[in-house]
Design a protein around this ligand. Structure first.
Ligand SMILES: NC(=O)c1ccc[n+]([C@@H]2O[C@H](COP(=O)([O-])OP(=O)(O)OC[C@H]3O[C@@H](n4cnc5c(N)ncnc54)[C@H](O)[C@@H]3O)[C@@H](O)[C@H]2O)c1
Length: 375
């Protein structure tokens, strides 16, 4: 079993495989990255740039080189986070935005001063030149979009999952190698300081021999403006949420030798509120609740539970909001109990006297407040 940090770690999951080079000197090599190296098929490092690790511009941009020209495809919920992060770095230039729903691409372009707008990947690839495609389309589109970008010789970052099957994922990796372009994909949990700390603790033997681990990631889906695709074929909680756990556990504990799992549908139909604020009834076609058991070898087993129907009423709850202007996240931890009433409304019962703006913030996310001890 190989453990990060080490010489070379290989992370394999049931739906994709990815090799990442990691060692104790990695920080040094990341800081020395130049644009040429970035464009020269470096492994893993650019992903760190995209996803927010703060590398100073001087470390990344070498004199006389031009900026990395970026095209972003998929202008939904997560896209603004990528765009604002990239625009905060002097070595990126976001030049194109694309979405099959043209109004979304136009809106993002207007909001972030992106000069070129497209409604199809082929138009985008044939349009204004760019070096690096960021794919934040819906999960069912990832494989197709990624394949087109790699065929067109673009460096690529894909939101997870990078493909919808092991064989399609392997095909993309081979295509990237053949065309000598960089290809990285979320999740990037293995690049976090928390991961490093856990990995080092394990590698130093402080926990003795590890034989079991578990990870849980779920929510009730009510927080966000959601797209039907999350509940349709090639969507589901395993690809959307469980992938973070898979990446972390295989990164910490080693590649998986065997895997077993089960999935189910809790609600045959859900109502999602789209970006355009429309309520749409969606037939749930894929995993809304999933359990995965992984055998890492040498008697080491782990399991993952993930779902879109989870409700944890036992602990204080975190609510996260990102303020666009200030580009910072606010994390709010509120003590209380969450439950659903007969009508299926989310009720947060709390003894706290919450300020009006926080009550409004929660209400907008579907929470009705119940004061436990009204003053
Ligand atoms: N929303 C989040 O907080 C979040 C966080 C981390 C990762 N992700 C991942 O990012 C991806 C996007 O998530 P999202 O929440 O932004 O979804 P979303 O539904 O809000 O946005 C996806 C956008 O992609 C567009 N699209 C779909 N297929 C396309 C195609 N072939 N060409 C061009 N555009 C296309 C859709 O019209 C939509 O506007 C998903 O893989 C998701 O798992 C989302």
């Amino acid at each position: 079993m190989r453990i990060f940090p080490g010489a070379k770690s290989e992370y394999r999951t049931n739906n994709w495989s990815l090799s990442i080079n990691r060692n104790h000197n990695e920080t040094e090599s990341v800081e020395n990255i130049s644009r040429r190296r970035f464009l020269g098929n470096t492994a893993g490092t650019a992903a760190i740039v995209v996803t927010g690790m703060d590398l100073s511009a001087s470390a990344v941009q070498t004199e006389g080189t031009r900026k990395i020209r970026v095209g972003i495809i998929g202008c939904g919920s997560v896209s603004w986070k990528y765009i604002s992060e990239m625009q905060s770095k002097s070595y990126f230039e976001v030049i194109s935005a694309c979405d099959i729903i043209p109004s979304r691409a136009k809106a993002r372009a207007k909001e972030y001063n992106i000069p070129h707008v497209y409604s199809h990947i082929d138009e985008m690839l044939a349009g204004a030149e760019f070096d690096f495609l960021v794919n934040t389309t819906s999960m069912p589109s990832h494989y197709k979009v990624n394949k087109r970008a790699l065929q067109a010789g673009r460096h690529l970052w894909s939101e997870k999952p990078l493909a919808d099957s092991v064989s399609n994922g392997q095909e993309l990796i081979e295509l990237a190698k053949k065309n000598k372009v960089g290809f990285w994909a979320a999740p990037c949990t293995v690049t976090s300081p928390q991961f490093r700390s856990m990995a080092e603790t394990i590698a130093q033997g402080k926990l003795g021999r590890i034989c079991a681990a578990r990870a849980i990631y779920g929510h009730n889906g009510a927080f966000w403006f959601w797209a039907p695709e999350f509940f349709q074929k090639r969507g589901g909680c395993l690809y959307d949420l469980g992938v973070y756990n898979i990446t972390t556990l295989t990164g910490l504990l080693g590649p998986v030798k065997r895997v077993a799992g089960m999935w189910g549908i809790v609600h045959p139909e859900v109502v999602v509120t789209t970006h355009e604020n429309e309520k749409v009834r969606v037939k749930v076609e894929t995993d809304e609740n999933a359990l995965l058991m992984m055998d890492h070898g040498n008697g080491l087993f782990s399991h993952i539970q993930t779902g879109f129907s989870y409700f944890d009423s036992a602990k204080p709850h975190d609510f996260m909001a990102a303020q666009r202007g200030e580009q910072k996240d606010i994390r709010l931890t509120i003590g209380g109990t969450l439950f659903q009433d007969k009508e299926g409304q989310n009720i947060l019962a709390t003894p706290l006297n919450l300020p009006e703006e926080i009550a409004l913030f929660l209400f907008q996310r579907g929470y009705h407040l119940m004061r436990l001890f009204p003053s």
